[in-house]
Ligand binder design. Structure first.
Ligand SMILES: Nc1ncnc2c1ncn2[C@@H]1O[C@H](COP(=O)(O)OP(=O)(O)OP(=O)(O)O)[C@@H](O)[C@H]1O
Ligand SMILES: [Mg+2]
Length: 296
């Protein structure tokens, strides 16, 4: 059984390695509600952009709060029209207006490779932000025009060397989140040190593997000390050995009051000297970038 590598280099031999061919420059952030996905996605995006990467941050959460977390001025954040609400664009690309898709013949796989150019906005540190908008979750596999467009747009974005996508999702990787994350090569499965968080993380890791995402990392956020680490270890080892997912690496992010002080933006966390959370995210950014370049 292959070993799981932790961020500190140690390993414990849990799980089996997922197979997949996704692009490792496409990174999806997922996990239970409220565990810190948006905070992490925003801080990673800004940290990587400061290191010279071209970063496209994608907000695939209907709450659409990534713009705030990235530190965009409130007036600019409020003015963003999500891709799903661009009715003309949806019609142009799919042949149907938003809200009208049921029973209509849609153009599947719309060529929406211009979505980034036309609809992304500029966030601090040069991060580009594309806000997907609210998704129709009424049924798995729903063919409404917005969903078709959003999945098509995601799949059509071509990346050059040095470019990365970081996608923030709503809790879990259910229904449409899965369509969006197809072709992604790294997943950050975020949990807090709770039983529920770890349970969702285990399920989510399986979903990610089923999607063919080859590199799935476990990120334990809001760690207050060694007892939290032991607790999470216990939950992981308590999971049925045969069904334990593989995690390519594990990362621990500390509970840090500065995260709450900095809200809603991550600006106050970018200097790793003053924020333990920022310092840990900086290390995580390094390893993600290495893997994206094929050297991790
Ligand atoms: N390491 C941390 N230390 C202290 N507070 C944190 C930490 N990480 C996140 N938080 C706080 O936890 C709350 C939830 O964070 P966030 O919105 O990023 O979670 P989320 O997973 O995106 O939530 P949702 O599922 O609702 O989208 C926020 O108030 C955030 O400031
Ligand atoms: Mg969020």
């Amino acid at each position: 059984m292959p070993a799981v590598q932790r961020s500190d280099g140690s390993s414990d031999g849990i799980g089996t390695v997922a197979q997949g061919s996704g692009d490792r420059s496409r990174i999806v952030v997922t996990g239970k509600g409220g565990v810190g996905k948006t905070t992490l996605a925003a801080l990673l995006a800004r940290t990587l952009a400061r290191r010279g990467q071209t970063v496209l941050a994608v907000d695939a959460d209907a709450q659409m709060n990534l713009a705030w977390a990235l530190g965009m001025p409130p007036s600019e954040a409020a003015a963003i029209v999500p891709l799903s609400d661009n009715a003309d664009y949806v019609e142009e690309k799919t042949g149907a207006r938003p809200g009208s898709g049921w029973g209509m013949l849609l153009r599947l796989n719309p060529q929406a490779d211009d979505a980034v150019e036309r609809f992304s906005v500029r966030a601090p540190d040069g991060v580009r932000l594309l806000v997907m908008g609210s998704l129709h979750q009424a049924a798995a596999g729903c063919l409404c025009p917005e969903n078709t467009l959003l999945a098509g747009a995601m799949a059509a974005i071509a990346l050059r060397p040095g470019e990365l996508i970081l996608m923030d999702t709503q809790a879990g990787l259910e229904h449409f989140g899965r369509a969006l994350a197809r072709g992604f090569g790294q997943a950050l499965v975020v949990t807090d040190p709770s039983f529920n968080g770890v349970s969702v993380a285990l399920r989510t890791a399986h979903l990610a593997a089923d999607l063919g995402i080859p590199t799935v990392h476990l990120v334990v956020n809001r760690v207050r000390g060694p007892k939290d680490v032991d607790r999470v270890e216990g939950y992981l080892h308590g999971a049925d050995a045969g069904t334990r997912p593989a995690f390519a690496s594990r990362h621990l992010l500390p509970e840090d009051e500065r995260v709450l002080v900095a809200e809603p933006a991550v600006d106050g966390l970018l200097d790793g000297m003053v924020s333990p959370f920022g310092a840990a995210v900086s290390d995580l950014a390094d390893s993600l970038a290495l893997i994206a370049r094929g050297v991790g």
